[in-house]
Design a protein around this ligand. Structure first.
Ligand SMILES: *[C@@H]1O[C@H](CO)[C@@H](O)[C@H](O)[C@H]1NC(C)=O
Ligand SMILES: *[C@@H]1O[C@H](CO)[C@@H](O)[C@H](O)[C@H]1NC(C)=O
Ligand SMILES: *[C@@H]1O[C@H](CO)[C@@H](O)[C@H](O)[C@H]1NC(C)=O
Length: 558
């Protein structure tokens, strides 16, 4: 089906919608494990993923084919206007957006969707260095700042349902990353609370064996209200073709029966036998599953092709003006249009969440109960200014260089008898170095300074091929400066955004083109490959810790 919407026609469609719903979009909050609108009606997510695929560069360390660029779909008002009538027609009330650019203006799209009764679930991570990297995990000032800046930019909109602090960061073989995700959830919750916001904090998990999947779910929702996620998302592609609840979902459903916070499917829609029937939506949004689940996000509106098939349900014309829907889409419209999930339990009888003891580490779940501290920008800046040899990137695009230099710097430092322990961390032992929460640039300056000082402040030791300069104002040796500036290295506190955030730029005026590059599986995860990947490789060597990925290590320790 080809739906060609000239802007005027689209505006008319939205205006028509407005005529029947003049009230502001209801607020949705959590009571225990369920979501409710402010009139007490239970809220279910009839959602769709809404983000064009970024550029994917295939490589040996990009198994998930995660994109390295992105297009912010909430900064293209014409495209949102173009799409909103279709989304409404499909009875969709929530879109999930994986990457947004806080420097752009989102007013147009957010209003278009709000007026249409559509909520947004916004992932705070960005590709490459904007996420908690699997190979070089850290919960650090640069990522915290990015998250807080995005939250500040979106705080004025009334249709943000949740912020996700990560997507598929923790895999079955990297469960030691869970403490970083939990620390992110803790700090983002504290920040929202300090702003009197009750927008939900979520995480979107990869599906897998219950031995890690359910333990991770419990780990992220354990302890206390202040440290637990509000919203657990499961990316679940297990219902394929003409399956059934018993055939696909019942085991998972049973394992989440006693879960304490809201659960939903943050991605679903197996593509093994297209066109998809979307009969799982009927099960998910029925009394068969509503005790445990609050709906889900069908993947995906925009084209998202992979070896497994085409997950996208529409294609966009090359001028960005018209949308062609697929048989998949038509089926989703039918299924979402037919669901009537029960309005139960009543909000007044919904039990408050209880927060259990956190799971202890095991052979299938390595995460320590000790989470990383709150990243402290003031302390890290203090240290940066006090260091004797400072990283001065020759390019604004330093994210790759910084990883390479940490790697080579740690190599040199190791040979000089020093250690990179203070910039690293280990979620399995729960030991985090004094600088673990600092920006990679500060970590690099620290490594450079230690090396410079270990080689008698030989000028050549503070060059790094033109990437570093001597700071003649430095007064103390690097370790002493670190002890002095970062006096409470394990502190947790309510973070604030240092006043360096830049104002919004103009809206994106470009059109959203047709198909983008490929995505891997169904998941457009962006939790992936940090440019500082190699930094952990080096750290791993220095610390003799369990190796996460040594592919790019350029040196080894004896
Ligand atoms: C990622 O790196 C770029 C430079 O390449 C920098 O501008 C940006 O702030 C970095 N983002 C984070 C979260 O570190
Ligand atoms: C940044 O540098 C990387 C690697 O050097 C390169 O692949 C990428 O295209 C650069 N990005 C920009 C915006 O220049
Ligand atoms: C900085 O370091 C990078 C990575 O090692 C190197 O490629 C580059 O030549 C160095 N110098 C400058 C001025 O960027």
């Amino acid at each position: 089906m080809l739906v060609s919407l000239r802007p005027a026609a689209a505006v008319a469609a939205v205006t028509a919608l407005l005529a029947t719903s003049v009230n502001a979009i209801p607020k949705v909050t959590r009571t225990g494990r369920y979501l409710y609108q402010d009139d007490g009606t239970r809220f279910y997510i009839r959602g769709i993923a809404y983000q064009e695929q970024g550029e994917v560069v295939a490589s040996a360390d990009n198994n998930f084919l995660e994109p390295s660029t992105y297009i912010d779909p909430l900064a293209i008002p014409d495209a949102c206007t173009r799409d909103v009538a279709l989304l409404k027609q499909a009875n969709i009330n929530t879109i999930r957006v994986y990457s947004v650019d806080s420097s752009l203006n989102h007013d147009g799209c957010m209003k278009t969707f709000s007026d249409a009764g559509i909520y947004t679930i916004i992932d705070l991570a960005l590709p490459l260095n904007g996420s908690i990297a699997r190979d070089a995990p850290s919960w650090s000032t640069n990522i915290l700042d990015q998250y807080l800046t995005t939250i500040d930019v979106f705080s004025k909109y009334d249709n943000v349902l949740a912020y996700n602090v990560g997507n598929e960061v923790v895999l079955g073989d990297s469960t030691q990353l869970a403490p970083y995700v939990k620390a992110a959830a803790r700090d983002i919750k504290a920040y929202l609370k300090s702003k009197s916001s009750n927008i939900l904090v979520g995480y979107a998990a990869i599906n897998g064996a219950s031995g890690f999947r359910n333990v991770l779910a419990d780990y992220l929702s354990c302890g206390s209200e202040a440290t637990a996620i509000d919203l657990y998302g499961l990316n679940d592609y297990s219902w394929c073709g003409d399956s059934s609840f018993e055939g696909s979902y019942s085991a998972t459903h049973t394992q989440f029966e006693n879960y304490n916070v809201v659960a939903y499917l943050s991605e679903y829609g197996c593509i093994s036998s297209p066109p998809r029937l979307w009969t799982e939506a009927a099960a998910l949004l029925s009394s068969q599953m509503s005790d445990v689940w609050s709906g889900g996000i069908a993947f995906s509106y925009f084209p998202a092709a992979s070896a497994a098939g085409q997950f996208g349900m529409v294609t966009i014309s090359s001028d960005g003006k018209s949308v062609t829907t697929s048989a998949d889409w038509d089926k989703l419209v039918t299924e979402y249009g037919a669901v009537t999930p029960p309005n139960s339990p009543l909000q007044s009888s919904a039990a408050a969440s209880t927060y259990g003891t956190c799971p202890t580490a095991s052979t299938t779940f390595l995460a320590s109960g000790t989470t990383p501290p709150t990243p402290n920008e003031k302390d890290c800046n203090c240290l940066e200014n006090a260091l004797s040899c400072q990283f001065k990137p020759a390019t604004a695009n330093y994210s790759v260089v910084v990883g390479e230099l940490i790697n080579s710097g740690c190599g040199l430092l190791g040979q000089a008898g020093g250690s990179c322990a203070e910039i690293g961390g280990d979620g399995a032992t729960g030991v985090y170095g004094r600088l673990s929460g600092c920006d990679p640039r500060v970590k690099l300056s620290y490594v450079m300074s230690q090396y410079y000082e270990a080689t008698n402040k030989n000028a050549a030791s503070c060059s790094f091929a033109g990437n570093a300069t001597v700071n003649s104002a430095a007064s103390a040796a690097a370790p002493a400066a670190a002890t002095s500036c970062i006096a409470s290295p394990s502190a947790t506190f309510t973070p604030t955004l240092e006043a360096s955030a830049v104002g919004p730029k103009a809206s994106n005026t470009g059109t959203t083109g047709g198909s983008n590059s490929n995505t891997g599986g169904g998941s457009s995860g962006n939790s992936g490959k940090n440019s500082a990947v190699s930094s952990t490789d080096a750290l791993v060597g220095v610390l003799g810790m369990a190796v996460v990925g040594l592919a790019s290590a350029i040196w080894t320790l004896a």
